[in-house]
Ligand binder design. Structure first.
Ligand code: ADP
Length: 478
């Protein structure tokens, strides 16, 4: 706006003499241009078009919030279904179930709605206003050229001055246009900014602690859940109820239970993605809310079930950074069982994952990706390592390999292993059995299995039976 204001002042100063220089008497009939009424008429028409053109643009833009409100949902749908095929992971399902047909159908319906007569009328009004604004701008330029050239022809000033006046007046008109447009944008964008401000105004209800976590060389971090209950925001059902558990330092704990029993919620609370509704989680005797969040997160390395890798090189993925210790990254990959695959990669750690940025990039399988994610957690070398269904995407041989290496993987770290496959938890020192948001049993595999009335016994036999039946069938087939 300031830029426009300066331009307006300088352009006005440069064009004042255009109206002051009289046409000489020798120009005969052209002297009519000296008449104050004539000058007022020319000046008036110039000013009118100078101001009305930007007003038309501004008025047209003022319909944007209405248009945006009316088309928000339709545009969202258009973007979602229009780009459905962009996602590689959907490609197979799209082909298999011909989902492109349903997308095309939705897009067709959507396009019809986007071109409804009401929306078209609105867009029509906006376009007409813009067209009027453009026409007035051109009219203004025409009037300027005509007036300046005729005055020069009549001898009021030399040909050189024509350029000065034309460019000064054009700049005047453009600067006024910029000024009014900027003012209009401030006004019109206020509507869109409301959404951002509403978002920024959402209070952060999570307590922001300020304590730093103790840096302990002995990794003796002691975590305890003390009578923790939790309801997700907006839900009236407890997802966890009265959970009390203490992780023994350096031990391996398995968390098992059926789907929906609360295993993931338990981990979410441990990572402070949510705070407990009731009860406390303590790290070395202090409520975890009191720690600085980023500092607290350094205590954990987690492989989430839906972990994500990035289109960086393999080494950068493992180290989660660009400058890293290559030997350590390689060691972590080997510990996670990725060694053989690494040896087959000509560029080793410098191999790009995926082909977004390198044609020689590799597409890794689900199991390989899981091993890389485990290696990333190992590289972080946090005192706690948490694996959420770490072998879900692995074949039975790779899965057995991860179990056999689990001692190497976990090292001296306290580890938490979440799974609904009970057989995969046998090697853990302790097993906590979740059922409907509660820890219903806790102990070693043998202890839990001996409790014939317990949930673990029931789950174990339900899964074992499946394998036994399969085995019997296979024997029968033999
Ligand atoms: P698990 O990991 O054992 O399969 P979860 O911890 O994911 O179980 O879920 C425990 C319960 O919490 C389930 O009843 C589930 O429906 C509910 N739940 C999970 N996530 C949410 C959420 N974001 N909002 C509301 N309820 C949720």
């Amino acid at each position: 706006m300031l830029n426009a204001l300066f331009n307006i002042l300088s352009a006005a100063a440069l064009s004042v003499s255009l109206f002051i220089h009289p046409v000489p008497d020798s120009a005969g009939a052209f002297t009519v241009m000296n008449h104050p009424l004539f000058l007022a008429a020319v000046l008036g028409s110039m000013l009118l078009s100078i101001f009305i053109a930007p007003m038309c643009y501004k008025k047209s833009d003022s319909f944007m919030p209405i248009l945006s409100r009316e088309t928000l949902f339709l545009n969202r749908k258009q973007r979602h279904f229009g780009r459905y095929g962009d996602h590689q992971e959907r490609a197979a399902d799209i082909r298999m179930y011909e989902q492109d047909r349903i997308c095309a159908h939705v897009l067709h319906e959507n396009t019809t709605a986007l071109t409804s007569s009401r929306l078209l009328r609105l867009i029509g009004s906006m376009s007409r206003l813009k067209a009027l604004g453009s026409a007035l701008s051109y009219l203004f330029t025409g009037v300027v050229y005509l007036f300046v050239c005729v005055k020069a022809w009549a001898g009021a000033f030399g040909v050189g001055a024509v350029t000065q006046y034309v460019s000064a007046l054009t700049s005047l008109s453009q600067s006024i246009m910029s000024l009014v447009t900027a003012l209009g944008a401030v006004q019109n964008n206020a509507y869109f900014l409301q959404t951002n401000f509403r978002f920024l105004d959402i209070p952060n209800n999570m307590y922001q602690g300020s304590l730093t976590t103790e840096k302990r060389a002995d990794r003796e971090y002691d975590v305890e859940f003390r009578d923790v209950s939790f309801k997700y925001p907006g839900s009236d059902q407890y997802s966890l109820r009265h959970v009390s558990v203490k992780f023994k330092i350096g031990k391996r704990m398995a968390i098992v239970g059926q789907n929906g029993s609360g295993k993931t919620t338990f981990i979410k609370l441990l990572c402070r993605l949510y705070d407990p509704t009731e009860g406390q989680i303590l790290l070395n005797g202090i409520d975890i809310r009191k720690y600085r969040y980023d500092d607290y997160m350094n205590v954990f390395a987690i492989v989430f079930q839906d972990f994500q890798l990035f289109a960086f090189t393999l080494g950068e993925n493992v180290a989660a950074g660009q400058h890293y210790d290559r030997a350590r990254a390689e060691r972590c990959l080997r510990d996670a069982g990725f060694g053989e695959r690494l040896d087959q990669m000509p560029k080793g750690l410098d191999t790009w994952l995926y082909r977004f940025f390198d044609e020689q990039g590799v597409e890794v399988s689900g199991g390989e990706a899981q091993k890389i994610a485990i290696a990333r957690a190992l590289y972080k070398d946090a005192p706690f390592i948490i694996l959420d269904e770490p072998t879900a995407a692995l074949d039975p041989i790779a899965e057995a390999e991860v179990y056999s290496k689990f001692d190497t993987i976990a090292g001296d770290k306290t580890s938490i292993y979440i799974s609904h496959r009970l057989s995969s938890c046998r090697f853990c020192d302790e097993i906590a059995v979740f059922d409907r948001g509660q820890i219903v049993q806790q102990g070693t595999h043998e202890e839990l299995l001996n409790d014939t009335n317990g949930k673990y016994h029931a789950l174990w036999h339900a899964q074992a039976q499946y394998y036994t039946e399969k085995k019997d069938l296979l024997h029968a087939a033999d």
